[in-house]
Design a binder for this molecule. Structure first.
Ligand SMILES: *[C@@H]1O[C@H](CO)[C@@H](O)[C@H](O)[C@H]1NC(C)=O
Ligand SMILES: *[C@@H]1O[C@H](CO)[C@@H](O)[C@H](O)[C@H]1NC(C)=O
Ligand SMILES: *[C@@H]1O[C@H](CO)[C@@H](O)[C@H](O)[C@H]1NC(C)=O
Ligand SMILES: *[C@@H]1O[C@H](CO)[C@@H](O)[C@H](O)[C@H]1NC(C)=O
Ligand SMILES: *[C@@H]1O[C@H](CO)[C@@H](O)[C@H](O)[C@H]1NC(C)=O
Length: 548
């Protein structure tokens, strides 16, 4: 009997087993904290971990071919990370090692796709001091972008335009006359700037400063003990910038409850939607303009509709509204009317005091990340919730335990320069297995386990032992008796082209019991032609025959 015949039998008798634990489906205990404050998936072949999601709702109508991008952090998250998950919550890519990470996206620059995110210090009062990073499809850092004028780049936005520029938010402390709010004439104020910078040169192309156009009394933020030296008052809190085909800017201000449309030519305000300076007639009985503490305001539908994530509450006003909602607001800029044409409310009526995102997906669906609340939801354009997932337990919502500034969905194709990771270890039952994964490799269709008696043999002498179609992040292969001493993993794509290859592992060095024997007539005469490696605790384990 040839080895390959044995393998066919083996594959037939032992179903393919994935190493990823299953994600949770509508698990009440997950949300009550039974599995911990932040259930994570660990792997055998790599040290990286990923959140285990609780999938409350799923649908074939969701954009299941797109990948979900989050930047998880919070009290229970050991290492703030940028993470890509597939629609089942399986890990695709993750990276840590930054101080804090926010706003993972896929963006195009000069015709190529990049992963972009912000990283830096987020303890400077609700915003950040850091840089914007761009990784190419091989996960090489190709750019670390700074704000212009020597200022720190803020975490809230980094939008690359079709013209190779980036729109960023910048916060800096200035001295301002705060007497109108009962504070000193020379109080400290967090000024907000919208900057457009040329990515190739770092040159500032456009800058807009909030205090030149808004009064401090337009704010909804209570000044409290702020506004004195050493305690700058965050009156505006700019959190998104968009630019339309006319070259004008759309700026969202959390504390003004407003979206401001700004002339790219003059920097003057063209109009204000929402807040104390709202200029629109509300055709929806107030529902189109009553948003508060909102995030992520974007033009959509040919710049005729503004979409946004309406938190509706903040930390100081948690009971202002019963729930957070996504909104699509149709604007007539001639008649100056605003009409609510889409509303997106989580089935669990989540309300979130901070952060959050609203994304118009290519198929017309809407994807929302709930910011300080560890949830993301995909909606049909008519507002029906289609897919709903938690990446942290619901009983801790509102505590900042697990959060992600935004959550987005994008198409992404990653080709890491690393090799697939491989480990030989016993599973929970003591069966020895080869485990493999490859952080960031999106195109792997199947893994092939190969074996050789000598790692230096010619390529052709590596024998295919078993092939498993990739599902999930980590895949495991049962190790059978008769397998050669050296093993490695080859990753192939749909066309069966080799994408990468692990280093070979030596079964002797890995101390695999009994598996690496030559064909043993005793087993055959016993009617045991093959079988799993014996458990570690087995008294019959005998290394002697391959120790020498
Ligand atoms: C500060 O603003 C108040 C009005 O709020 C004004 O009366 C006062 O003159 C201003 N002080 C200075 C130094 O401009
Ligand atoms: C890109 O440049 C073109 C030509 O100058 C201009 O018409 C367009 O508005 C610009 N787009 C953005 C997003 O800046
Ligand atoms: C946007 O404009 C283009 C060209 O003017 C048109 O083909 C398309 O249907 C418009 N899309 C929407 C959503 O209005
Ligand atoms: C809204 O969308 C859902 C999901 O696509 C669909 O099942 C439902 O019929 C739609 N409702 C209306 C009123 O169109
Ligand atoms: C030890 O081996 C026995 C029999 O193979 C198995 O049932 C048992 O679960 C093993 N115990 C451990 C701790 O692996």
């Amino acid at each position: 009997m040839t080895l390959s015949t044995l393998l066919c039998l083996a594959i037939f008798l032992f179903p393919q087993i994935q190493a990823d634990e299953v994600f949770f489906v509508n698990d009440v205990e997950y949300d009550s904290g039974f599995y911990g404050n932040y259930p994570i998936q660990r792997y055998k072949s790599t040290q990286v971990t990923s959140p285990r999601v609780n999938i409350l709702q799923s649908s074939p109508e969701c954009s299941n071919d797109l990948l979900t991008m989050i930047t998880q952090r919070g009290w229970s998250v050991a290492e703030p990370s940028a993470t890509i998950l597939d629609h089942d919550g399986h890990l695709v890519w993750t990276v840590g090692g930054y101080n804090q990470v926010y706003n993972l996206m896929v963006q195009e620059y000069q015709g190529d796709q990049y992963l972009t995110f912000w990283a830096g210090d987020d303890t400077v009062g609700g915003h950040g001091a850091g840089y914007y990073y761009m990784l190419d499809t091989s996960y090489r850092q190709v750019a670390k972008v700074a704000a212009a004028n020597g200022l720190s780049g803020d975490l809230h936005d980094f939008q690359i335009t079709e013209n190779g520029t980036a729109l960023i938010t910048v916060y800096d402390i200035i001295t301002a006359n705060l007497t109108a709010l009962g504070k000193p004439e020379n109080g400290d104020l967090w000024e907000c700037r919208a900057q457009e910078i040329d990515l190739a040169t770092g040159k500032l192309i456009f800058e807009w400063r909030a205090l030149e156009h808004y009064s401090i009394t337009d704010t909804y933020r209570d000044i409290g003990d702020d506004g004195v030296t050493g305690r700058a008052f965050d009156f505006f809190h700019m959190n998104s910038i968009d630019k339309d085909d006319k070259g004008n800017y759309l700026v969202s201000s959390r504390y003004m409850h407003s979206v401001t449309y700004i002339s790219g030519a003059t920097g003057q305000i063209i109009w204000v939607l929402g807040g104390k300076r709202n200029m629109f007639t509300d055709l929806s009985e107030g529902e189109a303009t009553n948003f508060a503490y909102q995030h992520d305001a974007r033009w959509t539908e040919n710049d005729t509709v503004v979409s946004l994530f309406n938190n509706a509450i903040d930390d100081a006003h948690p009971d202002l509204a019963p729930y957070t909602r996504g909104m699509r607001i149709k604007l007539d800029q001639e008649k100056m009317t605003a009409e609510l044409i889409g509303e997106y409310i989580n089935p669990h009526q989540i309300k979130t005091v901070s952060q959050g995102s609203f994304q118009n997906l290519p198929n017309g669906n809407v994807f929302m990340g709930y910011g300080a609340t560890a949830a993301f939801t995909e909606y049909s354009s008519n507002g029906t919730a289609l897919c709903d997932a938690h990446y942290g337990p619901q009983f801790l919502y509102g505590t900042g335990n697990v959060q992600s500034y935004r959550a987005y969905k994008f198409e992404w194709h990653g080709f890491p320069l690393t090799n697939p990771d491989i480990a030989i270890l016993p599973d929970d039952e003591g069966n020895w297995k080869v485990y493999t994964s490859w952080n960031g490799a999106t195109e792997v269709f199947a893994w092939i386990l190969q074996g050789a008696s000598d790692p230096e043999v010619a390529e052709d002498d590596w024998e295919d032992l078993e092939s498993i179609t990739k599902i999930g992040f980590e895949t495991s292969f049962q190790i059978y008796e008769l397998y050669p001493r050296y093993m490695r993993i080859v990753a192939v794509n749909k066309e069966n082209l080799v994408l990468g290859m692990s280093n070979p592992l030596d079964g002797v060095v890995e101390k695999v019991p009994l598996c690496f024997t030559r064909p043993n007539p005793r087993f055959i005469s016993n009617g045991r032609r093959f079988g799993a490696c014996l458990p570690l605790n087995s008294t019959t384990t005998n290394h002697a025959h391959w120790k020498s």
